[in-house]
Design a protein around this ligand. Structure first.
Ligand SMILES: Cc1cc2nc3c(=O)[nH]c(=O)nc-3n(C[C@H](O)[C@H](O)[C@H](O)COP(=O)(O)OP(=O)(O)OC[C@H]3O[C@@H](n4cnc5c(N)ncnc54)[C@H](O)[C@@H]3O)c2cc1C
Length: 389
């Protein structure tokens, strides 16, 4: 069976559905081919089930890419306000958690319902459990051979996401098709992912799972603040997830356990006390005791000399840890790397050397920081593509 469409979108995630709906609005006949039996599986789990769907402070500074300016045009073409108009129209109630992060008051299912409705309204067809056997281009026409028929189209959109969370259906398919058409793909790394301790730190801190400490975490000149969470295997929590996107194997991370004060001044002000150091530090008790034991800072503070006090303060403000690895793609909320932005038009997401071939969303080498930026990139790049394809 051969089916002729104006556009075929591969992947029914945030960016694919947006691209499809925006093209459908222009009267384009669009079909979305999805390998799984549902749409928007990553949206469903996003934001702990409440979907942090955008961020009021979206700017190019929130994205990682070999070309950090690539996302500028798409972000300007579809802003958080544009999304909020759509969200309001659907009566989805939301709230700002912190730092401009917008979450659903209800569940992420409401965002999925909005996407489904957008597609229905614009006559976009979605075909589930589709296995794509082959993609080729004959003249100006793409031929997509699947278990659900052979599709002919002038525009082909790869919106297959990154390879984070493969358990939700992520595949490297988009990268493979980019390679097939001669486009460069930047190697991927897990991003927004917890760290695993090295063997020594696992022995030292493995027993602290569940403890969270407010701190500033730095790696490769990027610093983020928030609750550092100890897990059974390593470290997690917002600032850890954030720095993980900039971390490479072998790098150390630095944790400032005194982000609001000068640790040395603080210790000096308590110098006359007879209490043990760990009882003076205002951290969860187990952590304070363990941290002092590991660093051999186990004296009462009034017996610690000036040189040692400076050393302790330095350790408190620049505690360096060398993670063994990240928890990998299985636990990563995103990936860095992907289809090289140098291959794509920043205005339309079309491949410069293959007319009619588009990439949108996470499959492109554009990765957002934690806070709704990844979904906003999916909306904005999908919209840019849908307005042209
Ligand atoms: C646990 C978790 C929580 C997250 N929370 C947030 C959050 O709160 N805020 C935020 O901004 N971002 C969040 N993200 C990231 C965000 O979900 C993604 O960046 C975004 O969904 C990417 O959209 P996409 O459309 O590019 O890809 P995806 O949403 O991954 O969609 C790709 C689609 O393509 C399909 N597909 C793959 N291969 C094929 C194939 N060969 N044939 C057909 N279909 C295929 C997949 O099944 C999938 O439906 C989270 C991610 C995870 C994993």
């Amino acid at each position: 069976m051969t089916i002729v469409k104006d556009a075929v979108v591969v992947g029914a995630g945030a960016s694919g559905l947006f691209a499809a709906a925006f093209a459908g609005r222009r009267g384009r006949r669009v079909v979305v081919l999805e390998r799984s039996a549902v749409l928007g599986s990553k949206i469903r789990v996003s934001g702990g089930g409440r979907c942090n769907f955008t961020n009021l402070n979206v700017s190019i500074d929130n994205y990682i890419s070999q070309n950090p300016r690539f996302c500028k045009s798409a972000l300007a073409g579809f802003t958080p306000d544009d999304l909020l108009q759509m969200i309001d129209r659907d009566g989805i109630r939301y709230f700002e958690k912190e730092h401009g992060q917008l979450f659903c008051k209800g569940t992420s299912g409401e965002i999925i319902a909005m996407l489904r409705r957008l597609c229905e309204e614009t006559h976009v067809e979605i075909i589930y459990t589709t296995k794509i056997h082959d993609i080729s281009k004959r003249g100006d026409v793409f031929v997509v051979v699947t278990n659900n028929g052979i599709f002919h189209c002038a525009s082909l959109v790869l919106a297959t996401g990154g390879i984070s969370y493969p358990q939700l259906g992520a595949t490297p398919f988009g990268y493979r098709i980019a390679g097939q058409f001669g486009l460069n793909v930047i190697p991927t790394h897990p991003a927004l992912v917890p760290f695993a301790f090295n063997a020594q730190d696992a022995g030292n801190f493995g027993g602290l799972a569940g403890i969270s400490i407010e701190a500033e975490v730095s790696c490769n000149k990027k610093t983020f603040r928030g609750g550092v969470l100890f897990t059974q295997r390593g470290l997690s929590g917002p600032p850890i997830l954030q720095v993980s996107s900039y971390w490479r194997q072998g790098d150390a991370i630095s944790i400032n356990l005194f982000p609001d004060a000068d640790a040395y001044e603080y210790l000096l002000s308590r110098r006359s006390l007879k209490a043990e150091l760990h009882n003076i530090l205002e951290f969860p008790k187990n952590f304070a005791r363990r941290w002092c034991e590991i660093h051999s800072f186990i004296k009462p503070i009034n017996q610690i000399n000036d040189r040692q006090l400076k050393e302790i303060a330095d350790q408190l403000q620049n505690w360096r840890l060398c993670p063994a690895k990240t928890e990998g793609h299985k636990r990563a909320e995103a990936v860095t790397g992907g289809v090289d932005t140098a291959e794509l038009s920043s205005k339309t997401m079309e491949a410069k050397k293959v007319k009619g071939l588009y990439f949108t969303g996470e499959v492109i080498d554009v990765t957002g920081q934690l806070g709704g930026y990844n979904l906003h990139w999916a909306w904005a790049s999908g919209c840019a593509c849908g307005r042209y394809m």
